[in-house]
Design a protein around this ligand. Structure first.
Ligand SMILES: [Zn+2]
Ligand SMILES: [Zn+2]
Ligand SMILES: [Zn+2]
Length: 325
């Protein structure tokens, strides 16, 4: 077991390098994508692979260091003990001579620690990268369109969540808002720019449709990839577990396209929540009847239920508040 301070130092160093390679990879994507933002160049594809693969390997090592597996992944010399003393690790870290066992040997530890999907994507990525390094692959135009998409998917759904860990969290902390995913790694502008590839948005929309009946604009990234039933945006990773509820829109009549925050409703101006439709983008308010708990979107007059009368149960209500004008 190494001390918390040493663990933090090694983790920070690995994570910092991983972020650096990620940024260089994104730069490649940006500089080598065609003007219409679809196709990557052959050269751009090769260098992106190299940068992203290096980034994911470092991110995985940082991830394992955080989980107290430093002793298992640090490379030992013949003269070293089975357990490397802390002073030696620190000394090698400071001299830039701290070495790690190969990624291939690290993979079995990763497998125990990650979800199957994450692990499979990392493996698949590694195979492709090895092909690129060892053969002078020429990608077809169709490949280059797909690759651009693959990279973005990999960054948003695998690499950033692994890197997004916060200081002080030992267990895997899965971020569920986009700002938590890129915080301290990319700027908001860079993140939104990254997820603006048309093919990526289109495919994420199809993914969202597989799981949710209603797919509208995401409250965070505004792309049409937010599955209402799953409460999840496939484009930016916004994952709203409990906060938002949905009702039909007054303006466009789409079902479940108007979001309101159920936890903040009582403190929010007498059960009225000002919001926007995720389908037509029009402003409206939501009123939640405190008797039947049905929610209605409306503009200036109360819909079916009012503060004095619940139309669902046909009941006169004791006025609990004055409706605001
Ligand atoms: Zn989103
Ligand atoms: Zn609407
Ligand atoms: Zn009611």
């Amino acid at each position: 077991m190494v001390s918390i301070e040493l663990k933090e130092s090694v983790w920070k160093s690995l994570r910092g390098s991983s972020v650096l390679f990620l940024k260089r990879g994104i730069q490649e994507l940006r500089n080598h994508t065609s003007y219409d933002r679809t196709t990557l160049t052959n050269e751009g594809a090769k260098f992106s692979y190299i940068f992203f693969q290096t980034s994911i390997e470092l991110a995985c090592k940082a991830y394992l260091v955080k989980r107290n597996r430093l002793q298992e992944i640090v490379k030992k010399k013949k003269s070293d003990n089975d357990i490397l003393e802390e002073t030696i690790i620190l000394e090698r870290l400071e001299n830039n001579t701290l070495d790690f066992i190969s990624f291939e040997k690290i993979k079995h530890i990763l497998k125990e620690k990650m979800t199957d999907e994450q692990y499979e994507m990392i493996e698949d990525f590694q195979h492709k990268r090895n092909k690129i390094i060892h053969f002078d692959l020429k990608f077809s135009e169709a490949d280059l369109i797909d690759l651009n998409y693959d990279f973005i998917y990999f960054i948003v759904h695998v690499l950033l969540p692994i890197l997004a860990e916060k200081d002080g969290f030992d267990e895997f902390y899965y971020p569920n808002t986009p700002s938590e995913i890129y915080d301290g790694i990319l700027s908001k502008e860079d993140f939104l720019n990254l997820i603006s590839l048309p093919l990526y948005i289109e495919r994420m929309y199809m993914e969202a449709l597989k799981e949710s009946k209603n797919v509208y604009q995401c409250p965070f990234c505004r792309r049409e990839c937010f599955g209402i039933q799953e409460r999840k945006c496939y484009c930016c990773g916004f994952d709203d577990e409990i906060q938002l509820e949905f009702t039909d829109c007054y303006w466009c009549e789409s079902s479940n396209s108007v979001a309101y925050d159920v936890l903040n409703l009582e403190s929010n101006d007498n059960f009225i929540w000002k919001t926007k439709c995720l389908n037509c983008n029009e402003d409206c308010s939501v009123y939640v009847c405190h008797n039947c708990e049905n929610a209605y979107s409306f503009i200036d007059t109360f819909p079916k239920c009012t503060p004095e009368y619940c139309s669902t149960y046909n009941e006169e209500l004791q006025k609990v508040f004055e409706p605001s004008s």
